[in-house]
Design a binder for this molecule. Structure first.
Ligand code: G3P
Length: 270
């Protein structure tokens, strides 16, 4: 499974890439807002250029802001024209359904198809159902991004369950203790279940889009995304680092350091 960093913070991206195991970057307007709030007066073009350069050789998703077909096409082409020449690694992120009304809009699917036809790679975002994923894949998106953590939030909120954002929610779902019924969202029992159903459909019909598991908040969820066959997981930097933690690893390190004899340590001083 490829690992992307889900961040627009240049310091985090630089540090994450220094490990040599990163495969890409995903940003969105909220992440850009968070990262740039710490840097008043920054030049946005220069800032994004630097991100693209750090990530050279791996894809960086930049999201459109418009919600209409024409607007998304215009912005997608513009972002691609401004930035892709920097390191040839720009992917345009387009919401699968940009409608703010209950009635869905077809503009996202049309925009994914049109940008793809123009040779611009697209990451279809805000995927909450396998059906949305199927349409995005059929429209040609290179990445299709189910938001696993937010599905878990939605299920827990609907059952008035208190939780912290990073709390684990089982891939196999939960039963509501009082009703005995499985908690679910229209046949999806967890965020990882959504990822899994997307993977299954793409494999069944040989769809070429990669499933990019997004909104992952803890290491166990990352493990489960890998186990169900997600092609990519995009992770905030703290989650990437937390993949390395285990109490026994730390305890073992303490013991090794305590047990080092001076004669052995001296070998490194010659
Ligand atoms: O890539 C999508 C991601 O940024 C959303 O994460 O944790 O805010 O649901 P989260």
């Amino acid at each position: 499974m490829k690992i992307f960093i889900d961040s627009a913070d240049i310091d985090e991206i630089r540090e994450a890439y220094s490990g040599g195991v990163l495969d890409g970057v995903t940003t969105n307007p909220s992440l850009i807002k968070k990262a740039t709030a710490k840097r008043p007066g920054l030049n946005m073009k220069d800032y994004i250029n630097k991100i693209l350069t750090i990530a050279e050789g791996t894809p960086v998703s930049l999201e459109v802001l418009a919600t209409s077909y024409q607007g998304m096409i215009k912005e997608g082409i513009k972002l691609y024209q401004i930035f892709n020449s920097v390191a040839e690694n720009v992917v345009i992120k387009v919401p699968v359904n940009p409608s703010l009304q209950k009635e869905p809009s077809y503009d996202g699917i049309k925009a994914i198809k049109e940008l793809t036809d123009q040779g611009i790679p697209v990451n279809a975002t805000l995927i909450f159902t396998p059906e949305q994923a199927l349409l995005a894949a059929k429209a040609g998106a290179v990445f299709v991004s189910p938001f696993a953590g937010r599905v878990d939030d939605f299920i827990r909120n609907n059952h008035e369950i208190k939780y912290d954002k990073t709390d684990y929610f089982p891939a196999s779902g939960w039963k509501n203790e009082s009703t005995g019924k499985e908690m679910e969202d229209n046949g999806i029992v967890s965020g990882i279940d959504l990822v899994s159903q997307c993977v299954e459909i793409f494999r069944e019909f040989d769809l070429q889009s990669e499933v990019l598991a997004a909104s992952l908040r803890n290491p166990r969820q990352v493990r489960e995304a890998a186990l169900v066959g997600a092609d990519i997981a995009t992770l905030p930097f703290p989650v990437i680092k937390s993949l390395l933690y285990h109490f026994k690893t730390r305890e073992g390190m303490e013991n090794f350091i305590r047990d080092s004899v001076p004669e052995y340590a001296a070998l490194f001083e010659e």
